[in-house]
Design a protein around this ligand. Structure first.
Ligand SMILES: [Zn+2]
Length: 225
């Protein structure tokens, strides 16, 4: 590995990988290295600024290095032609004096070695569970789904009107009015004398309190006053 020492610190530029299960450092295996080299003649080395341009939305300064540096020309290894942002190199490796940029979805178990525990498990299915990157689904379908709930709202509204009939709307519609009515009922009972006018102005559903007035007010009004 192209590591070097700076004031007693070992510096490695490329990220190294370890298997999650055993925390063992991994190396690329022969099959992967030879596959990359086999593709090399067909790959056009590119400046990473150019490679990233497709993902920067016109911000051509974001991936620009200082004029002091000669940016490496990188061959993007993407034989399966992964599309969109998934084609951006996650890792750059230097093999036989050539830079290869490797998209993240290519970094799979079958291309690594170095963990004897993983080799002993010999679990070929772990790669199968990780499919190639595919660009996210287009947004257009979302508005359509929103339109559906919008249609549902009118339905609920149509259900709301039949509040008078309690059996018709057992769901949420009857509950909101139910919260207010109890107050009116309690208010009506303690205020047999002077209460009647106030409750009448406050309560929107005047219909329910009205019947209660007719019965008690006549008998109870005389005692308080
Ligand atoms: Zn392992």
């Amino acid at each position: 590995m192209p590591s070097y020492e700076v004031a007693g610190h070992v510096v490695d530029h490329p990220p190294f990988f370890a298997c999650r299960k055993h925390k063992a450092l991994l190396r690329m295996n022969r099959a992967f290295v030879e596959e990359m080299l086999a593709w090399a003649p067909e790959l056009q080395p590119q400046n990473l600024t150019e490679v990233a341009a497709s993902a920067l939305g016109g911000d051509d300064k974001a991936f620009l290095t200082s004029d002091y540096l000669i940016p490496p020309k990188v061959s993007i290894f993407n034989p399966r032609k992964v599309q969109g942002h998934g084609s951006l190199p996650f890792l750059i490796v230097f093999i036989d004096k050539r830079f290869f940029g490797i998209p993240a979805s290519y970094l799979r178990r079958r291309f690594f070695e170095g963990c004897t525990d993983c080799q002993a498990e010999n679990d070929p299915t772990s790669d199968a569970s990780f499919p190639d990157y595919k660009p996210p689904a287009p947004p257009p379908p979302k508005p359509r789904t929103q339109a559906v709930p919008g249609a549902a709202k009118p339905v609920t509204k149509s259900l709301a009107p039949p509040k008078d009939g309690p059996p018709g709307t057992p769901g949420p519609a009857p509950r909101p009015p139910a919260g207010a009515p109890p107050q009116r009922k309690t208010g009506a009972i303690p205020k047999p004398g002077a209460a009647p006018p106030q409750t009448g102005t406050r309560s929107i559903p005047k219909k329910p309190p009205a019947p209660s007035y007719d019965v008690p007010p006549v008998e109870r009004e005389p005692p308080p006053r």
